[in-house]
Ligand binder design. Sequence first.
Ligand code: UD1
Length: 423
Amino acid sequence: MAEILRIYGGHRLEGTVVVNGGKNAALAIIPAALLSSEPCTIENLPQVRDTEALADILRELGAKVSLKGSTMTIDPRGVNCSTVPEELACRLRASYYFVGALLACFGRADVSYPGGCAIGNRPIDQHIKGFEALGAKVSTDRGVISARAEGGLSGAEIYLDMPSVGATINIMLAATRAQGNTTIVNAGKEPHIVDLANFINAMGGQVKGAGTDTIRIRGGRPMHGCTYAVIPDQIESGTLMIAAAATHGDVLIRGALPTHMEALTAKLLEMGARVDEGVGEDSIRVRSDGNHRHVNIKTLPYPGFPTDLQQPMSALLSTARGTSIINETIFEMRHKHLEEIRRMGGISQVNERIAIIEGVPKLTGCSVTASDLRAGAALVVAGLMAEGVTDIHNVQFIDRGYEHLEKKLRSLGAKIERITDEG
Ligand code: UD1
């Protein structure tokens, strides 16, 4: 039966919370373990649906996978198959990283089209351009991405039309086994791209420049096993920071890396919240008296404001003084949660990628439905702020990317429970 999150709003969040490992980093690193000739142990994984889905794909391919809490050990030595079937691929977006990883390992890959959040058109032309530049032949017939490089891959210089996170990761994976050097120009700079580079290097690969817009990969290096801990989750950190401000709270978020959070921190400060870096450890403390000013936000590739935090942030802006303008430049359908927040008394208008939010004094709880992962997070923030009871449907979206979100919020003083929807 379906589950819902029920939030009794208006409770201040206070205390300390620990961030889990990065979901998007984990989703790149788990397929990369196929590149090793020995088992790899990956620590600090978030316990979310998406990482479990990748473990299922690895098992289907023939790998031995043990998942205990936040640690996954992957032994790729039994992998004998280069096909990811539809029922597994469609469970998440990151299943398409197996194209890059399998192409590197076997010179062939057949991966059904990925799933993931319906937040707009999500083409993969830059991934394909990269694989083709490395010498693969790629077709996308009947919903399957098929790539072939029977004679092996060769290093190349690849310019991305936009700094696509997914294309950067997929090309990095494939290029590790190409003969010679590959350069990705206009690469994504997101923290999880750097984390993947560090993991590949820990296995014996050679990736330089990750975190800048030019990444250089020396191909063909032998890869051995390693133990690697994933970075903390940038988006969970940000969601908790926003929730702290939204409830006029005082929360210390342990594990959050301040350098990854600069765009959000700047906007929270502009709104009138207090944000301080922890002393002596990676942590961020957010305090607010709730007297928030409106701000404008334009989503951009890292280090700009992350599109994944735009939705929770727009929930917070629903009760800020004045009019906020949000320009979503990355995905065209990332304002659907505002329809739900309007049901709670929010005032907003959406014109394609632009959302105009008129702050109201308060939201009122009601029954709302998450349309995707971060829309779900936005509705949680709205529910925490609202007067009365908010029921959030489609919790499965939230579970794809947040580990025990309601438990963490409860530990900070939120009144939130997961109940079975009898209706
Ligand atoms: C990743 C993140 C997602 C985040 C997004 C932007 C993962 C698993 N997901 O998604 O949470 O919201 O980055 O930070 O890490 N594009 C093309 N052609 C391509 C590839 C992308 O036109 O071949 C466009 C997309 O439509 C989008 C933009 O480029 O408009 C950015 O997409 P991309 O950076 O690739 O996002 P994802 O990797 O899908």
